[in-house]
Design a protein around this ligand. Structure first.
Ligand code: AP5
Length: 195
């Protein structure tokens, strides 16, 4: 099993790269943002709870996010690999993921940071705002709040994986194809033989 975390600020290209990876490697893609939006579209209590945080650009509380993630992972005991997109976003989420992987006699093999500056992010997200259907893509102040939350709460998670020797950094301002090639080369070096 090969488990990868795609990591980076909002709009850094996590979803774009996850789709390319799923095509190539047949991994399960778990995006906590997509899961919340799915709950929202079905108007579930979980979706309603998440909405106020998401619309303001804040993180949904850990206990809610972790319970949802754990359930999704448990639904897929036999996959060849998982791409985590947008999780973990806090130190408690990283600790929980570690425990979850141990419970599956597995581990996180790599975390890849897609490194993109704040101004590029604002430009990208405002550019897709009209068509994404996401309330959190429409206003620059909300996008900047999402970025600040990344810097304040999420970026320390990089250090957690760096201390384990699992963290990699890729220039996320390259073209999607170039970013994809960089990711492929990291996976190629890391993937256990036979997968
Ligand atoms: P989430 O859905 O995870 O959003 P995000 O992290 O803000 O990331 P995005 O989906 O906006 O961007 P992305 O990095 O996937 O980039 P994309 O490929 O789309 O989270 C939303 C909210 O849910 C959070 O704010 C929070 O409230 C909540 N949430 C989710 N997970 C949570 C958690 N674990 N804990 C607590 N709360 C949580 O690309 C962006 C744009 O750029 C696209 O238009 C794309 O075409 C373009 N693009 C992509 N790559 C390139 C490139 N290389 N060059 C040029 N353009 C590019």
């Amino acid at each position: 099993m090969y488990n990868l975390i795609l990591f980076g600020p909002p709009g850094s290209g996590k979803g774009t790269q996850a789709s390319l990876l799923v095509d190539k490697y047949d991994f399960l893609h778990i995006s906590t943002g997509d899961m919340f939006r799915e709950e929202l579209s079905r108007n579930t209590p979980l979706g309603q709870e998440a909405r106020s945080y998401m619309d303001a650009g804040h993180l949904v509380p850990d206990e809610v996010t972790i319970a949802m993630l754990r359930k999704r992972v448990d639904q897929h005991p036999d996959v060849t690999g998982i791409i985590f997109d947008g999780f973990p976003r806090t130190d408690p989420q990283a600790a929980e993921l570690n425990e979850l992987m141990q419970g599956r006699s597995s581990q996180i093999n790599a975390l890849i940071l897609l490194d993109v500056d704040a101004d590029t992010i604002v430009e990208r997200i405002l550019g897709r705002g009209a068509t994404s259907g996401r309330a959190d893509d429409l206003k620059e102040d909300v996008i900047r709040t999402r970025y600040e939350n990344f810097v304040n709460y999420t970026s320390p998670v990089f250090d957690f994986y760096q201390n384990l020797g699992l963290a990699h950094r890729v220039d996320g301002t390259l073209t999607p194809e170039e970013v994809s090639r960089e990711i492929d080369s990291i996976i190629g070096r890391e993937m256990p033989a036979g997968q």
